[in-house]
Ligand binder design. Structure first.
Ligand SMILES: Nc1ncnc2c1ncn2[C@@H]1O[C@H](COP(=O)(O)OP(=O)(O)OP(=O)(O)O)[C@@H](O)[C@H]1O
Ligand SMILES: [Mg+2]
Length: 760
């Protein structure tokens, strides 16, 4: 499957829903905005994920699932969507503009999951996006529709239940989805379980009683380990009789679920209940270490947490799954979390929230250092997983513990920088710095983080002011990492004004600080900056020496991420020195690293660098193709080249064009434009198949036929019909074409076919 997507692997089996899935597939064809509604636990999220997986092929530019439960602040909505879709902030441009630009012409399916607490902001975002992006489809799951015109509201039905409980044969009962779900889940604790004539009536009645609501059925099945089906049913009856005053009329669906949740909560041991309630403070899940540190106290030993947690998992109250950093993560379904949160006593809540905050302050402080080390990729993913919790800790501490807010925001600097979450970072930092608390070291770090973000945003004046404040605060405390970076930023701002002499002096001072700190990374960083100054002066030999040493420092520290820009600079210096072989090797290594971090923006910069090299070595076609691929990549992440970078890129492009016929140049440009990140990287590395000559192509005769039909705008089904082949065969041909050509979208294949196979 070539569609980029972030759909999670299913952690439990999926039952039934054939007709709803078919209906939804059709609906998505007709409408660009479909909202799945229904009460909590009705199966909206599960169904949306399933249907998205089935229609991946229709959205070659991406299928992105944005989970909103952990996003409580509407201001973070755009940021969350952008980061899920791999779109990067760009200088001071409003994020919405960047997103719309990146998605303007792309076939994307965006799924906003769990919008009920953000109905208005979600509606606003979706309508703006869809107005600007004509090929963007959106699927919403929400207990409440968005209320937009053009929104197709689709109520998620209950699972089918048996018509009657009595006298049904087990195999007939199993035709009902609810019964199948019940049995599947009960088997998790009793693998040998079979539905027989004896147990059938009780199971059928449980499913009818619970009205086919998937979550309610999972909760009931979770009791199968300790109770017989008869027992489950008897207790359920008691519970519901109380609620309906003994009448047989059904409750509204949301009350049925509420009753089922209440009931399964009531059957937990006191310890299990206590743990579940405490775990509701997490946003976006947690791992075992966090649960032990935060949920345990005098009344609940850390050593007990795992056992209790596994019992909650057995009972479907907590879900276990694999997180991005390969650690097991736990999470509660939204309905359960809301229920448990209501039970948290205000007195207990304050203490737990404090522990939650302190835990994440500590984690982020460790991450701050680890993100420069050998283990940086893992830590990056770990912090990706913990975004919900970190935001929660920031929000809480800004109101309740301002010093912790400053610590946390200061420690997040590196992560925000590496992921490019600038607007969000500035928002938190402004709010944290609004308090006047904290000692010099804490405030200096927070000011520095803000200086860093403002610099990334291109606001050099504001960056300078914050870096000054930070340097002033920490200068008195002796050499420190904070002081090093503050002085470095001040130098960079000077350099941006053309004051190279002052900049050089300040980088020298930073070098002295790094030397005193005896930290390889910081020495490396100072040498890198001194190397750039030498480069600017045209002192290429000196620059090469310093950049080489800088690289050695970063390697020693283990920071691959930061090596990429240094390698890129080194490549450019080597190129100036006429050492094309070394330059190419540097560029390719930078490319490998940026690809590893999925950093499309840097990949594009390196492609531009290589493009400039190729024209010097007499390969103008490659120059054009690489420049064009870089330009396309920038569009997909929503960024542009700054004027300093654009100038040399344009010079190389003009030189390359002057060496080719305009047809050949245009063809090279089109080939580059049709490349996605992987194809562009392969081409740059020289590992892709050489672009085919006019009379030949890497495709078989049959694949060429298929490509031509794609160019005519036919769907896979229509192609199958036209060529009299099975649908699956057509799918396979399309897949082969994509892989062989390294192309992603049908429109890219169409361009290719027009260009290479000579269609009209
Ligand atoms: N067709 C199905 N097959 C198997 N399990 C299902 C199915 N539908 C739902 N479930 C399970 O039921 C539970 C509730 O489903 P889900 O989380 O999709 O509900 P929801 O409507 O999104 O609830 P909420 O409003 O709380 O977000 C989940 O554990 C889910 O895996
Ligand atoms: Mg949901």
């Amino acid at each position: 499957m070539t569609t980029p997507n972030n759909l999670p692997a299913e952690v439990s089996s999926f039952v039934g829903r054939e007709q709803p899935l078919a209906d939804l597939r059709k609906l998505l064809h007709k409408s660009r905005l479909v909202t799945l509604t229904g009460p909590g636990g009705a199966g909206k999220t599960r169904l949306a994920q399933r249907v998205a997986a089935e229609v991946l092929d229709r959205y070659p530019d991406g299928v992105w699932l944005v989970e909103l439960a952990a996003v409580t602040d509407a201001r973070l909505l755009e940021q969350t969507v952008a980061s899920v879709c791999g779109i990067r902030e760009h200088r001071r441009r409003p994020l919405l503009e960047v997103i719309t630009k990146a998605m303007a012409t792309r076939h994307v399916l965006l799924i906003l999951d769990g919008c009920e607490h953000l109905v208005d902001p979600s509606a606003d975002l979706v309508s703006r996006l869809q107005r600007a992006c004509s090929r963007l489809s959106v699927m919403i799951t929400s207990r409440e529709p968005l209320g937009l015109s053009g929104e197709v509201i689709w109520r998620v039905p209950s699972l089918t239940v048996p018509a009657t409980a009595a006298g049904q044969r087990p195999e007939l009962l199993l035709q009902s989805e609810a019964v199948r779900l019940f049995i599947e889940r009960a088997r998790l604790s009793r693998p040998a379980l079979e539905l027989d004539a004896y147990s059938s009536p009780a199971v059928a009645q449980i499913c009818i009683r619970l009205e086919g609501i998937p979550l309610a059925i999972e909760l009931a099945a979770g009791l199968a380990r300790v109770l017989t089906f008869e027992d489950i049913l008897a207790r359920l009856h008691d519970r519901f009789r109380l609620l309906t005053g003994g009448s047989r009329t059904a409750l509204p669906r949301h009350q049925t679920l509420r009753a089922a949740v209440d009931w399964s909560f009531g059957l937990l041991s006191l310890d299990e209940r206590e743990l579940l309630v405490r775990l509701s403070v997490f946003a976006g899940g947690f791992d075992l270490a966090a649960a032990e540190a935060i949920a345990a106290d005098d009344s609940l030993e850390p050593g007990e947490v795992l056992l209790l947690l596994s019992r909650l998992v057995d009972k479907s109250l907590v879900v276990a799954e694999e997180g991005g950093s390969q650690r097991t993560r736990y999470r509660m379904l939204d309905t359960i979390r809301e229920y448990a949160l209501e039970k948290l006593q205000p007195g207990a809540e304050a203490a737990i929230r404090r522990r939650h905050c302190l835990y994440f302050v500590d984690l982020c402080q460790r991450a701050h250092a680890e993100l420069r080390s050998h283990d940086q990729v893992n830590w990056l993913k770990r912090l990706d997983d913990e975004q919900g919790n970190i935001r929660l800790a920031l929000e809480w501490s800004i109101a309740e513990a301002p010093v912790e807010a400053l610590r946390l925001a200061g420690a997040m600097d590196r992560y925000w920088y590496m992921r490019g979450h600038i607007a969000e970072a500035l928002d938190w930092l402004d709010r944290a710095l609004a308090s006047s608390e904290g000692d010099a070291a804490v405030r200096a770090a927070a000011y520095l983080a803000r200086a860093h973000m403002r610099w990334m945003q291109g606001d050099y004046e504001a960056a300078n002011a914050d870096a000054q404040t930070s340097a002033k605060l920490c200068r008195e405390l002796g050499p420190s990492q904070t002081l090093f970076i503050a002085v470095t930023l001040l130098a960079i701002v000077r350099a941006s004004k053309g004051d190279w002499v002052a900049a050089g002096q300040m980088h020298d001072e930073a070098f002295q600080i790094a030397w005193q700190l005896q930290e390889a990374w910081f020495v490396g960083s100072a040498l890198n900056n001194l190397g750039l100054i030498a480069m600017e002066r045209g002192d290429h030999e000196v620059a090469r020496g310093r950049l080489d040493q800088a690289l050695a420092g970063f390697r020693l520290a283990g920071d691959r991420f930061i090596s990429a820009p240094t390698l890129d600079s080194l490549a450019r210096v080597n190129q100036k020195l006429g050492d094309h072989g070394a330059a190419r090797a540097n560029f390719l290594e930078a490319l490998t690293i940026s690809t590893e971090f999925a950093d499309a923006f840097n990949v594009a910069l390196v492609l531009d660098g290589l493009a400039q090299l190729e024209v010097e070595v007499g390969k103008p076609e490659r120059t054009i193709q690489l420049s064009s691929a870089a330009e396309t990549l920038r569009k997909t992440v929503g960024t542009e080249l700054t004027p300093e970078w654009k100038r040399p890129a344009d010079v190389a492009l003009t030189a390359a064009r002057s060496k080719l016929s305009s047809d050949a140049a245009d063809a090279a440009w089109r080939r580059g434009a049709g490349m996605n990140l992987e194809a562009a990287v392969r081409f740059a590395m020289g590992t892709s198949e050489r672009p085919a000559k006019e009379n030949g192509s890497p495709l078989t005769a049959r694949e060429r036929q298929v490509a031509l039909l794609i160019a005519e705008g036919l769907t896979n089904g229509e192609i199958a019909g036209r060529l009299k082949m099975a649908g699956r065969t057509a799918d396979a041909h399309v897949e082969h074409i994509r892989n062989k050509l390294g192309l992603r979208t049908r429109s890219q294949i169409a361009v290719w076919a027009h260009e290479r196979l000579g269609t009209a």
